[in-house]
Design a protein around this ligand. Structure first.
Ligand code: ADP
Ligand code: MG
Length: 340
């Protein structure tokens, strides 16, 4: 949902992998386009039902447009923007999809001890990573306190599909989870065609099903987190799962040699600052994987691994050390690690 200034190299690695595995006679349909300030790539292997690629892409674009119209903070007339603009005296009726995503985010807020907080928007904007402009100088403590006072999940009220708020200045930002939801939406659409398999990717978040055209399982390369160059850290075989990756090494800005992350710790109001460089989360639903990936980055290595253990989550963490990278897997992740 936000503009990404830098190319998503992670995705390039994935597709380089796929290309090498594609045969000449392949009936695979490959579609790509733009959405949510980023790109999407889809590969679908038809099953018995024939698929008209052009007609399918029209449906996909429509589905992704609908998610933008529901949840983008970059669109002033989206459902979410209209909710953000209204006062606490009003309520607004929104789509079941928007309510579903907000409910999931609230659930994840509780499970992650507040690391994922969709009301953190004012702080995201203050630090220059929202639809507003990037700040010229680092905000003062007073400014941070002022914006932090506007945050709090308890200010959101949900009654069926009607949303209300108990704080006039509440501002909800679904960027951390909406891309994953978009992937789930497209996957559900593809399921209607009963395909042999597919790969859906939006801005680096992925959902997989079935097999590739050569009847082999999908293999996904997780990139080594570095600012320049592309190197594969690990190849994984997720099966019929979703995979989300959150990283801090390309989406940041620098001031006086200091780097500021686009992820904010809602508990302090400051951008995160630790050695954890990338998090990969596997989950059935991409929305859930996406939300967890952001939360795990905020939590840092120790708390992320503890949470993964408690909730039996499949996660892979890459820490940047002076002498290279250190990789951590939760127990639930280990079965997905491919042996080359
Ligand atoms: P990544 O793919 O790097 O995890 P996402 O795109 O999933 O990033 O989510 C990052 C976006 O979520 C930020 O640009 C910001 O709009 C918002 N955000 C930042 N910090 C948080 C947080 N702690 N909880 C929820 N949303 C956040
Ligand atoms: Mg995320």
């Amino acid at each position: 949902m936000k503009m990404r200034v830098l190319t998503n190299w992670f995705v390039l690695v994935v597709f380089a992998f796929l290309l090498s595995a594609c045969s000449q006679e392949s009936k695979v349909i490959a579609l790509s386009g733009n959405t949510m300030g980023t790109t999407y790539h889809i590969k679908i292997m038809p099953g018995k039902k024939a698929i008209d690629g052009k007609a399918l892409q029209v449906r996909i674009d429509k589905a992704l447009e609908a998610v933008n119209d529901q949840m983008s903070t970059y669109r002033p007339d989206s459902e979410l923007s209209r909710f953000n603009q209204m006062s606490s005296h009003n309520t607004i009726n929104v789509s079941p999809d928007t309510v579903k995503v907000i409910n999931e985010a609230i659930k994840l807020y509780k499970i992650t001890d507040g690391a994922l907080d969709i009301t953190v928007g004012p702080l995201v904007n203050l630090w220059g990573f929202g639809p507003d402009k990037r700040p010229v100088t680092e905000p003062t403590q007073a400014e941070i306190d002022k914006q932090k006072a506007r945050t709090g999940i308890q200010y959101i009220q949900i009654d069926g599909t009607r949303l209300g708020k108990t704080h006039d200045d509440l501002y909800v930002d679904l960027s951390s989870i909406a891309k994953g939801f978009g992937v789930d939406k497209v996957a559900a659409l593809l399921d209607e065609y009963q395909p042999q398999g597919y790969l859906v990717e939006v801005g680096g978040e992925i959902r997989l099903k079935g097999t590739k055209d050569d009847h082999q399982a999908w293999r996904i390369a997780v990139e080594q987190p570095s600012e320049e160059g592309v190197a594969v850290q690990q190849v994984i075989t997720p099966g019929d799962m979703s995979m989300a990756t959150s990283g801090d090494y390309r989406n940041y800005y620098e001031e006086d040699g200091q780097q500021f992350s686009h992820l904010i710790d809602p508990r302090t109001g400051y951008p995160i600052k630790h050695r954890l460089a990338s998090v990969t989360v596997l989950n059935k639903d991409c929305m859930v994987a996406d939300g967890y990936a952001t939360a795990m980055m905020v939590l840092g290595t120790k708390a992320a691994l503890a949470l993964a253990k408690r909730e039996n989550l499949a996660i892979m963490l890459i820490e940047k050390r002076d002498d290279g990278f250190k990789v951590f897997y939760s127990d639930a992740f280990k079965p997905y690690v491919s042996v080359k």
